[in-house]
Ligand binder design. Structure first.
Ligand code: FEO
Length: 176
């Protein structure tokens, strides 16, 4: 009966710590994509700017999703300190290449936490993270698709214009 009265599921210290690290990573990604949106706008890549504004919001949503989860299971969610994001880029291609690097790092981090959850028998957290596992597959795929356009079309001004138009289509198709 006593056990039935418990109100919180509880979360192990190491899992909470990993989830807080992920909160920070998502917050850093949100700030990075916002800086990329600004760069794209300054360089007249309007569709890419819209893409990164939307992506910045998505990353903040990801951060909040984990933040709420940590709180719900009785942990302490920490509002993260983040560093100033890179705001200068040499080309649109570099912006998307950097995005892919970020997303791959996020995927690896999520997979590591899933592994830790398995070891700790934290099935609730593992189940919670499955949404992120799937989301990362989609996010990486979208950015890889955009990078393919650079391979196909090159980086002459007209090609960049076409790529920027394709970015609008890729994001409208719901990968983000
Ligand atoms: Fe939430 Fe794209 O990492």
């Amino acid at each position: 009966m006593k056990d039935l009265m418990r109100q919180r599921v509880g979360v192990q210290e190491n899992i909470m710590s990993l989830l807080n690290k992920q909160i920070k990573m998502e917050a850093q990604a949100s700030a990075t994509y916002l800086a990329m949106a600004a760069w794209c706008e300054q360089n007249s890549f309007d569709n890419s700017a819209a893409f990164f504004y939307a992506q910045s919001n998505e990353e903040r949503d990801h951060m909040l999703k984990i933040f709420h989860y940590v709180s719900e299971v009785g942990g302490v969610a920490v509002s993260p300190e983040i560093s100033a994001p890179k705001s200068e880029y040499g080309s649109l291609r570099e912006v998307f290449e950097t995005t892919l690097e970020h997303e791959i790092a996020v995927t690896e981090s999520i997979h590591q936490i899933v592994g830790a959850c398995r070891k700790a028998n934290d099935y609730a957290a593992e189940n919670f993270l499955q949404w992120f596992v799937k989301e990362q597959v989609e996010e990486e795929l979208t950015v890889k698709r955009i990078l393919d356009y650079f391979e196909m079309l090159g980086e002459e001004p007209m090609a960049l214009l076409m790529i920027d138009e394709r970015v609008a289509k890729v994001s409208a198709n719901g990968a983000y």
